[in-house]
Design a protein around this ligand. Structure first.
Ligand code: 3PG
Length: 207
């Protein structure tokens, strides 16, 4: 099993995908992988999400995980659908222990020092910083990461192709997450171009 650290280092951007129609799941994953982004997060926010995880997992080279995982029921459902990692907007002891019990790479969301300390107590040091821009942006993460030199982050929430490079310049940042890879109306060529541009970004310390 690939560790969360290795997944975060595998590409500079993790696309956050909210799929409304499972029919586009496979071509969407193919376009992202062809553009150079292999680690894909499908949010559990639509009825099509679990089917999308199944379809995307069949795409060569794709490593598909689930996002917006809020409880043990979500965990079981996405693991059964083939999710290889799990992302949550938050971090509770209950959810973290449930993820540990299932032995699946888990990226919990944090926005405060107390969140991070709770994560460290449970054995985690890789976190989603969420909601990245609304929680104070690059300066907030710089300040928050300073006392926790062992921790690394995937900021997500409000990040764009234009702002990603600044985030990736922080030593504590291994990758960023974002939904900007997919236009409102699905267009495989456009997704491919956006993925290619995103894959060309690189965290200095991951090169
Ligand atoms: C998430 O679930 O991680 C965020 O909603 C993604 O944020 P974005 O749409 O601002 O990229």
């Amino acid at each position: 099993m690939t560790s969360m650290d290795a997944l975060m280092r595998s590409s500079p951007v993790i696309p956050v995908l909210t799929v409304h129609d499972a029919l586009i799941a496979r071509p969407l994953a193919e376009a992202l992988v062809a553009g150079g982004l292999r680690t894909l997060e499908v949010t559990l926010r639509t009825p099509a999400a679990l089917d999308a995880i199944r379809q995307m997992s069949r795409v060569d080279g794709a490593i598909v995980g689930a996002g917006t995982v809020l409880n043990g029921r979500d965990l079981d459902a996405c693991v059964r659908s083939g999710a290889r990692f799990v992302v949550s907007p938050g971090l509770t002891e209950t959810l973290a222990r449930q993820a540990l019990a299932r032995g699946i790479p888990f990226l919990p969301g944090v926005a405060t020092a107390s969140d991070i300390i709770r994560g460290l107590e449970l054995g985690f040091d890789r976190f989603k910083f969420f909601p990245a821009e609304a929680a104070g942006g690059v300066n907030a993460l710089k300040a928050l990461a300073a006392p926790f030199s062992q921790c690394r982050f995937c900021p997500t929430g409000g990040i764009t192709q234009a702002s990603a490079a600044t985030w990736l310049g922080l030593e504590a940042v291994l990758c960023v997450g974002g939904s900007w890879l997919v236009p409102e109306r699905f267009d495989a060529d456009e997704v491919f171009e956006r993925a290619k541009a995103a894959a060309a970004l690189r965290a200095q310390h991951c090169a």
